[in-house]
Write a protein that binds this ligand. Structure first.
Ligand SMILES: Nc1ncnc2c1ncn2[C@@H]1O[C@H](COP(=O)(O)OP(=O)(O)OP(=O)(O)O)[C@@H](O)[C@H]1O
Ligand SMILES: [Mg+2]
Length: 234
């Protein structure tokens, strides 16, 4: 069986500065795959190329066997890619419900109703439907950002550092939520994450990026201290 998401030989530059230098990645359906790496190595740029917000200068992206390389970001969203950007980027002046409605636009189905299961998955958002996004705590905003990507019921969820700046109990909640999306709904997840314990606990496979190349990969059970020291510690 072919991988749910396949990236081959992806390259990208900001102007003259080469950032992605021939990346290959395969994510199996119904698994959580994690991209790790030090600050500035190109992780966010990679995700933005996967979701179509940047145009790669070379390489291909396949989803469920179809070539989506030429598709714009909105077409990829319609096709079933949900994206949670780094730093959450929720709308501070819009209410929780309004932020979620913005997420519905991405799927372009004309659907106007936020699926009720969003509020079962994130009970804290249910209590705060009318509150402004900017008045939520960091952890609540991260849950809102994830919920906003889920309202379109994506097949592939792409998250950029979901635990950044969040306290441990909310990190665990987020880990359990993404795990249940995979186990109960068969979703496929690609995330960038620097928090090694989180990766070990919740992800299935990992790849380490260094200066725009993947320099190590494997099953998260193989993510040992020597690897962390060599590729990840600062
Ligand atoms: N819009 C941009 N224009 C020019 N250079 C950029 C732009 N965005 C990022 N870069 C540069 O590209 C490189 C990769 O950045 P990127 O944000 O992908 O790294 P990252 O691995 O996600 O880092 P972090 O761990 O800090 O989030 C960095 O050197 C960064 O300065
Ligand atoms: Mg980043």
């Amino acid at each position: 069986m072919s991988a749910f998401l396949k990236v081959s030989d992806m390259e990208f530059a900001y102007g003259e500065v080469s950032v992605l230098r021939g990346l290959d990645l395969e994510v199996e359906e119904g698994t959580i795959s994690c991209v790790m790496g030090r600050n500035g190595v190109g992780k966010t740029t990679f995700l933005r190329n996967v979701v179509g917000l940047e145009k790669s200068s070379a390489g291909k992206v396949f989803m469920e066997g179809s070539d989506i390389t030429q598709m714009e970001a909105y077409e990829r969203a319609v096709r079933g890619i949900g994206y949670v950007p780094q730093g959450r980027q929720i709308f501070p002046l819009l209410s929780v419900e309004e932020n979620l409605s913005v997420g519905l636009e991405a799927a372009n189905t004309g659907e106007r109703i936020i699926p009720e299961n969003i509020f079962t998955t994130f009970p804290v958002l249910d209590q705060m439907r009318k509150r402004k996004g900017g008045d939520l705590s960091g952890g609540q905003q991260q849950q809102l950002a994830i919920a906003r990507a889920l309202v379109t019921q994506p097949k592939l969820l792409v998250l950029d550092e979901p635990t950044e700046g969040i306290q441990p109990n909310v990190i665990t909640q987020i880990g359990e939520i993404i795990r249940s999306l995979v186990e109960e709904q068969g979703m496929t997840i690609l995330l960038v994450e620097q928090y090694v314990d989180f990766v070990r606990k919740f992800a299935h496979s990992f790849q380490v990026m260094n200066r725009g190349r993947f320099v190590a990969k494997g099953n998260t059970s193989e993510l040992d201290e020597s690897m962390v020291k060599k590729h990840l510690s600062v």
